[in-house]
Design a binder for this molecule. Structure first.
Ligand code: C5J
Length: 282
């Protein structure tokens, strides 16, 4: 049942009692338990992921996930954001700052692909006719790219920047989607407006999103905020993200942790992989 249905059927006091029970359990165990009353019996294995600085900085808590309702979300791991002659390269940023996410994501993909945890990829980019590219976005990108912006090809480049159908726009080979893994194309920093992502996640019955990709402070943050607002349980793998500015990466991670986890929770790829290997059947 959905939370709305529960409140409609049982009222706010019953809903708050559910919160109270989960809170008391958290006080005793340090675990945010999988709420079977809300989602029904687990579809896969229940496994616990340690999350940092929750509820206070310096604390460690655990989130219990149902592997059958969990997707690993790999955000915008495209040449345009981490490869030579792509959009980020054209703006002159240090590519090692965004590429740092590649290895951790490779490891996570290897781990989850043998389980019932889903994998979903996103790609930012525009239609070749640029009908979905706001004028101000294209203009700013041209100014930041020393005269080469979205829809234009840098000298010696592979193709027009952030434009669908080109090699530079596609996901890098190391992290390429496997057959059956949905790829959500978005003309936006977020992923929940004007895309089919909610249908993709609903079809798989997803309530938990384990999030990685680039860039931490832009698309990753926007998508995590959007998903959190929609009630998904979001966990960021902090080392599996990269930003064009290291200070912004760190600040974006800290922002998530404010208010006990204002946009969800934060862990790293090693702790997540360990939790999957310990708790989820292949
Ligand atoms: C940006 C993204 N940074 N994928 N896009 O423009 O974060």
């Amino acid at each position: 049942m959905s939370k709305h249905e529960y409140i409609a059927d049982h009222g706010r006091e019953a809903y708050l009692r559910r919160v109270e029970e989960a809170y008391e359990e958290f006080q005793e165990t340090g675990v945010f338990r999988y709420p079977a009353w809300l989602y029904g019996p687990p579809k896969g294995d229940l496994f616990k992921v340690p999350v940092e600085d929750c509820p206070e900085f310096g604390d460690t808590a655990y989130v219990e996930l149902d592997s059958g309702r969990t997707a690993f979300l790999s955000i915008d791991m495209q040449t345009d954001f981490c490869g030579e002659d792509g959009y980020v390269d054209a703006m002159g940023y240090d590519l090692s700052l965004t590429r740092r996410a590649v290895e951790p994501i490779e490891t996570v993909l290897e781990t989850v692909r043998g389980t019932d945890i889903g994998v979903v990829h996103t790609r930012e980019g525009h239609e070749p006719d640029l009908a979905d590219a706001p004028f101000n976005k294209v203009l700013r990108s041209k100014a930041a790219g020393n005269g080469v912006g979205i829809g234009e090809t840098p000298p010696g480049g592979m193709g027009p920047l952030l434009t669908r159908g080109n090699e530079n726009w596609d996901i890098i080979d190391e992290l390429a989607p496997e057959p059956g893994e949905p790829v959500v194309d978005k003309p936006t920093k977020g992923a929940f407006g004007n895309t089919n992502i909610e249908m993709v996640l609903a079809r798989q019955g997803i309530s938990y999103l384990v999030i990685a990709g680039i860039t931490t402070d832009v698309c990753v943050h926007t998508i995590m905020r959007e998903a959190n607002d929609r009630g998904y349980w979001c966990i960021l793998l902090k080392d599996a993200t990269g930003a064009t500015d290291e200070g912004n990466r760190k600040a974006a991670i800290k922002q998530i942790k404010m208010q006990g986890g204002v946009f969800g929770w934060v862990t790293d790829s090693e702790r997540f992989v360990d939790a999957v290997e310990e708790g989820v059947d292949e």
